[in-house]
Design a protein around this ligand. Structure first.
Ligand SMILES: [Zn+2]
Length: 334
């Protein structure tokens, strides 16, 4: 596969964290304005191999310092959506954890409205559609996450379409979050849960039982036939994030990367960046790496984007329109 062609083809991205994806030039601008030591930004890009997920998550302590005011969040959301649009991502779901942006006193409704404004500005300027997912944090209590969900769903923000749980993933992480997923569903949100990133396939099974339409990472599914059968049966979409998965040691190396195995088994997968800046990547780069290491071609790239679209939290009508755009653009190559 060729870089120019992969770049130019329309793409879908469902798993992208705002606080790990703000372009470096925007972070530099924000750091200057806030007089934050610029040298700290050198630590934002995580090493190619971290010890584990917790090690990888350290980068966010720095980026989050620059995402605490309305102006900073608006600019961050705009620049992230812009970066995706510039590599021809046509549909994106951008996720963020509102409770991580309250340090300078912003209220939760102010936080989501700032992100929404930035995303709207990008949608006006570029050919991209963006929706928002909010993340509860696993280190916070159910009560804290529930209060957050309750306050944010009252805003009736039209871009808010889904709920996720992020942060360090212990074993049995999903066994106590039923009140959260039930509440989110009651308020019309769809569910995707980070699960099976840290080795526990039970979390994947539990996530699907809780009504998750999609699984973030889902790597541990590789080790567990029950989880695999359930994903196939329910048509669950696994949001794979190759570079990030190798960085955090969710997968040791490309040889062990489960994409082709999952596809053979009939599990629907899509490809994502996770964190464009922290993982120093783009969606174009992720597909090129898959071509280099796993030998995928344009036909597979098309399927992966259609899988993403099928799992997107949008109406059937919008899916159909975007699917037609993808079919047409990939036709000469597959
Ligand atoms: Zn993630």
């Amino acid at each position: 596969m060729q870089k120019e062609i992969v770049h130019q083809l329309p793409k879908v991205e469902l798993h992208c964290h705002l606080d790990g994806s703000v372009p470096m030039k925007t972070l530099k601008k924000l750091a200057e304005k806030q007089q934050l030591d610029g040298a700290l930004l050198d630590q934002v890009v995580a090493p190619e191999k971290c010890r584990d997920l917790s090690d990888y998550l350290k980068s966010f302590d720095i980026t989050l310092q620059l995402m605490q005011t309305r102006e900073q969040l608006e600019e961050s959301a705009f620049a992230t959506a812009e970066a995706a649009a510039l590599e021809n991502v046509r549909y994106m779901e951008l996720r963020f954890a509102p409770l991580l942006h309250t340090e300078a006193g912003m209220t939760l409704p102010e936080i989501i409205s700032a992100v929404s404004e930035g995303v709207h500005r990008a949608m006006e300027q570029y050919n991209i559609l963006v929706n928002l997912l909010i993340c509860g944090m696993r280190q916070d209590s159910n009560e804290e996450n529930l209060a957050m969900l309750s306050e944010l769903t009252q805003t009736q923000e039209s871009l808010l379409v889904g709920f996720d749980m992020a942060g360090p993933e212990p074993d049995l992480a999903n066994d106590h979050i039923e009140p959260l997923t039930a509440f989110a569903q009651e308020k019309g949100l769809q569910i995707t849960l980070h699960s099976g990133e840290c080795g526990c396939a039970h979390n994947v099974v539990q996530a699907i039982h809780l009504g998750a339409d999609r699984i973030g990472h889902g790597i541990a599914t590789q080790m567990d036939e029950t989880a695999q059968a359930l994903c196939v049966e329910k048509g669950t979409v696994i949001e794979l994030c190759p570079t990030s998965n190798i960085q955090t040691n969710a997968v040791d190396s490309w040889e062990d990367y489960p994409l082709l195995d999952f596809m053979e088994k009939g599990i629907r997968c899509c490809i994502n960046t996770d964190n464009r800046t922290v993982s120093h990547t783009s969606l174009t780069r992720e597909y090129l790496l898959l071509a280099e290491h796993l030998g995928i071609h344009y036909a597979t790239m098309k399927s992966l984007n259609l899988n993403g679209l099928s799992g997107a939290f949008i109406t059937a009508e919008v899916k159909e329109k975007l699917a037609a755009v993808i079919e047409k653009a990939y036709a000469p190559y597959s």
